[in-house]
Design a protein around this ligand. Structure first.
Ligand code: CP
Length: 321
């Protein structure tokens, strides 16, 4: 694997899930792969899970790790070409990415969208320039439009916990929030679940209020509804997540009653397991009774971020050797 920015970079998602679960059994079996190799993690935005799980994954593989909090500790970056840098930006991404590529064998990058201009965010200009100029393999730690390490961990969690014989029904359910959040996590989850559905691993439904439809590029093959109760009927897994509007880009539309998941809403499900990428705002986005109850998978899911990251780094290191 030369880069990991979306499900399209993965040859065989079933095999990658198996690799992650094998690493969970034997975390230190491949330490030789990372010997004398350095992972650089570049953050333009905050992180708890992605930062720690990816560092730990690299250490398990014998790698050295360096973390750069670009937003707080780096020079203000310019991304536009052909301009005179007489404003607030100090260093161009052409030099910054190229220099980091000199120090690292693999780079991870987190860069959230600004949610001001849809075309700008969905062009992934920053990410694409970083990949172009650093000249080493890049792992997405969440871009403007996708969070593939999260989605891989989510698929690992579903495959690991599903004990039924039929395919599980997986529902992505929009949830309320007070802030405008990116579409990266739901886009990516939808993209991975659509791929898993294509491969016969599960059935996938998305439920959201009108006005919160995701970009259709990410939802091909999903059953999509505005009726949460219809979506929840018979559900085995519910993936709760807020996102801002794609159509009215970056907007929080008028509050939509009845979309926060509670134990009462779980009644028509198949005793569904509830997932969330975290961080989560309790009793706004998801009820405490679910988070603290037996149906919650959120801590298990966050734990699997480690094995997802390790499986991806392992495939990259195998290419480098
Ligand atoms: N789920 C997730 O990416 O968490 P962090 O933002 O804390 O890394």
């Amino acid at each position: 694997m030369n880069q990991f920015t979306s499900v399209n970079d993965v040859q065989d998602i079933g095999q990658l899930v198996k690799d992650a679960l094998a690493l969970k059994e034997s975390p230190y079996a491949h330490q030789h792969l990372g010997k004398n190799k350095t992972l650089g993690l570049v953050f333009l935005n905050p992180s708890l899970r992605t930062r720690l799980s990816t560092q730990k994954a690299a250490l398990n593989l014998g790698m050295n790790v360096m973390v750069m909090n670009m937003d707080k500790e780096g020079w203000a970056l310019e991304t536009q070409d052909g301009i005179v840098m007489d404003g607030t930006t100090v260093e161009h991404i052409r030099e910054a990415a190229a220099v980091m590529g000199q120090y690292c064998d693999v780079l991870g990058l987190r860069s959230f969208p600004k949610l001001l201009n849809r075309d700008e965010d969905y062009n992934e200009d920053f990410f694409n320039k970083f990949i172009k100029y650093c000249k080493v393999p890049v792992v997405s730690l969440e871009s403007a439009t996708r969070h593939p390490l999260q989605s891989l961990a989510d698929l690992v969690t579903i495959k690991e916990t599903w004990k039924g014989t039929a395919k599980p029904k997986v529902v992505l359910a929009w949830a309320p929030h007070i802030k405008a959040l990116p579409q990266a996590v739901p886009n990516s989850f939808a993209e991975w679940m659509c791929k898993a559905q294509q491969e016969g691993m599960l059935d996938f439904t998305i439920a959201q209020p009108r006005g919160y439809e995701l970009n259709v590029d990410f939802t091909q093959g999903a059953h999509i509804t505005n009726d949460l109760d219809e979506a929840l009927a018979g559900a085995d897994y519910i993936y709760v997540k807020n996102w801002s509007s794609y159509e009215e880009y970056g907007k929080v539309l008028p509050f939509t009653e009845g979309w926060m998941l509670t134990n009462d809403k779980l009644k028509p499900t198949n005793d569904a397991r509830v997932m969330h990428c975290l961080p989560v705002r309790r009793d706004l986005e998801l009820s405490s009774e679910i988070l603290d109850g037996p149906n919650s998978l959120v801590i298990h899911e966050a734990g699997n971020r480690l094995w997802a990251a390790q499986a991806v780094l392992k495939q990259m290191l195998e290419k480098l050797i």
